[in-house]
Write a protein that binds this ligand. Sequence first.
Ligand code: ADP
Ligand code: MG
Length: 374
Amino acid sequence: MLPVSEPIRCLSMGISIEGLNKDYFSEGKRIRALDDVNITIPSKQIFTLLGPSGCGKTTLLRCIVGLETPDSGEITIGGEVVWSSKKGIFVPPEKRGLNMVFQTYAIWPHMNVFDNVAYPLQTRKEPKKDIIKKVEKTLRFVQLEGFENRPATKLSGGQQQRVALARALVAEPKVILFDEPLSNLDAKLREETRKELRNFLTELKITAVYVTHDRVEALALSDAIAVMKSGKIIETGSPKKIYFNSDHQFVADFIGRANLIEGKVRVVEESYAIIDSQIGTITCPKGPDTAPGSAVSICVRPEFIKVMEKDTREKRNIFRGKVDSLVFVGDAYEGDIIIGDTRLFTRIESTLDISKGNEITLFFDPDHCFVLSK
Ligand code: ADP
Ligand code: MG
């Protein structure tokens, strides 16, 4: 047996993608799967591609791995160009030092845990002694020590997921790629496995490219998120930047429930813009798009809209509205509040005594709203 402390070796590498395009042709129609994709994926980070189904996430991952050939552009992994249309370079998948975990974990049901994990090393014809050592070490890392002889079919969903991870890690890849690996797990297990996966990947300091359409998963797992739509990268940033201060309406809407309020900037005072909006005057942090006279969309998340029970000294962003619908969801009420012609979606404290039809006073902190770029 090896000492527990022996680390899994990991030579993380960054990835850079420039001007990548990929079209498919189906039933005489052209489908633009990747449209001038440019991204830099730093080494040792969990980088997530997030977007709705069909936006090109899997295609991009398959191009990085080398299972799909782009039409044009360049892919560099750890400083080495692995694909370039201009330079005529194509490094085959097995020489790219990557490994991929798929949506269906594709572990083999007729093999036990050991053989599943050992498979990539056996195909490389590594000596048996080394294989045993590496498999044991990896199983210990994913906390499946002692499961070596268990048939793969006799594992829970979460354990199967860990076998898939162990099989991807055992060959010591420089980058690990995941295509919606948790989508087959039920909600509770998905949450646990997500946490576990983040711990594993952070501990390994491996570069991970993770694909999901699930915004909460993206926020919980990632160091950086690239939001995709129709083959394009719309915005890249940290989870907090994307959630609290996104530049784009599509991103703000996709990453969480968002109220978008139209308005026109009246004046800018110190750090704040004063905006005449459809619900009244809004004070919002100023930014590059808040010159006086500009038309703006202001984003306020439902959880930041509060009910004001008694008068406070706060004078900004206070609005009167009527409760149009109210649903108790345990930790909160989810309610639609009508202000003038505008409907705001809110998450209100579930301990408050309010009901449908009530007139209430709402407020939100000026620092809890932001202006989207036009
Ligand atoms: P995602 O993983 O984000 O759901 P995909 O990368 O699988 O999206 O697909 C992007 C677009 O390309 C979709 O419109 C999809 O239908 C299309 N597509 C993907 N693979 C093929 C293929 N082999 N042939 C034709 N069209 C494809
Ligand atoms: Mg996909």
